[in-house]
Ligand binder design. Structure first.
Ligand code: FAD
Length: 388
């Protein structure tokens, strides 16, 4: 089912305030500097909190603005348009942090962490991936053993974003007797600075303002009340968290894809070769027309997903479709953007090369394109069920 998409006056004003926030506190030069120096824009969190952005989708009864997911998606898209690094930070607080708490947290956990996240103090970091468990999340080997008054965690997590500065790590560990599969996994809220944790930052080619870590857990004690959701049934919570992660990423990626098309089109209008702007060559004009059409298509998918969430529909397939389509589109349009802008894009401080490098993560991070297609196919009665 589809709805008609428009922007209300209230949403329009909200998006203008997002523009002002970023133009003032994360202007284009500052984005380039932070990317070059891998300096995360964490200063934005208290400012986003002050504007009420972090609590946008949180019910008013729990201290939020009670807005719908369609408004969230608009904000995520606008953040992605202005600064992907800001959108990723926003999503870590809202999708991995707040939505995890709202969907799986106990009353006590919500009372402890929700106000802190709404105040911009930090986010949760999702610690799922391991050296032997990437796409195959059911291969998690990190183990939690009962220990006096709680649990003892031993294992290794890899590529965990925002881990060092997180309010808590959401660690998926095996508590059941099963050696693999989604049963017998439990989620634990673990402080990043407790005894027995060793973190190593990982260098990477893109998304340089979203710091990522290898984490070793060596007999880390966590109290019994650190269990998030139900013992041995952590995958039920994980699926909800991954769902909101995919939704938020898709919306942000539409914004970045639009920024890439605008940047390439502006260049094609200005750059003169053979006595005419290169955008007058039909091959480039058509390429840009296709890029814009593809971005408009995925925008509709993402808005439809947001609308379906607001209307309480079962959206797992829509989220996988939006994630697949948005990230593949971004990968394609940034690659074309590099070709259209050629040497100008290849300069280390060009925006296009940053879009292109960042884009390369999203078709496999947070569940690869192949896994999204498996999820969609399974929903169509094809293929096999996955632990995702
Ligand atoms: C910068 C960065 C940040 C990250 N942040 C986090 C984080 O915060 N938390 C976290 O838990 N993880 C994080 N990850 C991990 C990320 O989610 C994984 O990289 C992703 O799940 C893919 O796993 P993998 O890299 O091990 O690839 P693999 O699973 O080894 O896959 C390799 C290739 O094989 C394909 N493949 C695998 N299985 C199948 C199949 N059944 N059918 C068809 N094709 C298949 C994949 O699609 C892929 O193309 C991050 C990764 C990066 C690089």
């Amino acid at each position: 089912m589809f709805m008609a998409f428009g922007t209300t006056e209230e949403q329009h004003l909200l998006l203008e305030s997002v523009d002002r926030l970023l133009m003032r506190h994360l202007p284009p030069d500052e984005i380039r500097r932070r990317d070059a120096e891998a300096d995360p824009p964490d200063h934005l969190l208290p400012l986003m909190a002050e504007m009420g952005l972090l609590g946008l989708a949180v019910p008013e009864s729990q201290g939020g603005a009670g807005a719908n997911w369609q408004t969230m998606a608009l904000v995520q898209e606008r953040l992605g348009y202005r600064a992907t690094m800001a959108a990723l930070l926003f999503n870590r607080v809202t999708c991995f942090g707040i939505m995890t708490l709202l969907s799986s947290g106990s009353e006590e956990q919500r009372a402890t962490y929700l106000p802190r996240m709404l105040a911009g103090e930090g986010a949760f970091a999702l610690a799922l991936t391991e050296p032997g468990a990437g796409s195959d999340a059911g291969a998690i080997a990190t183990r939690a053993k009962p220990s006096e008054g709680g649990w003892s965690l031993t294992g290794q997590k890899l590529w965990i974003s925002g881990a060092a500065s997180a309010l808590k790590l959401v660690v998926a560990a095996r508590t059941g007797t099963q050696r693999r599969g989604s049963d017998g996994i439990t989620l634990f809220l673990v402080s990043p600075d407790v005894d027995g944790i060793a973190m190593t930052p990982l260098d990477k080619i893109g998304n340089r303002c979203s710091p990522t870590y290898d984490i070793a857990f060596d007999g880390v004690f966590v109290p019994g009340d650190a269990v998030l959701g139900t013992l041995d049934a952590g995958f039920d919570c994980l699926r909800k968290t991954l769902f909101f992660g995919r939704t938020g990423l898709s919306a942000a990626v539409v914004g970045t894809a639009q920024a890439a098309v605008d940047t390439a089109a502006a260049h094609a209008r200005e750059r003169v070769q053979f006595d005419r702007p290169i955008g007058r060559f039909q091959t480039l004009a058509h390429r840009l027309a296709i890029m814009q059409t593809e971005v408009d298509q995925v925008r509709l998918l993402v808005r439809n997903l947001a609308w379906a969430i607001d209307n309480g529909e079962d959206c797992a397939r829509l989220a996988a479709q939006a994630k697949w389509a948005a990230t593949e589109t971004l990968k394609r349009v940034t690659d074309h953007g590099m070709q259209i802008m050629a040497s100008v894009a290849y300069a280390a401080d060009s925006d296009m090369q940053r879009f292109w490098r960042d884009a390369r993560l999203y078709t496999f991070g947070e569940g690869s394109s192949e896994i999204q297609l498996d999820l969609i196919a399974h929903d169509m009665g094809l293929g096999k069920a996955l632990d995702r």
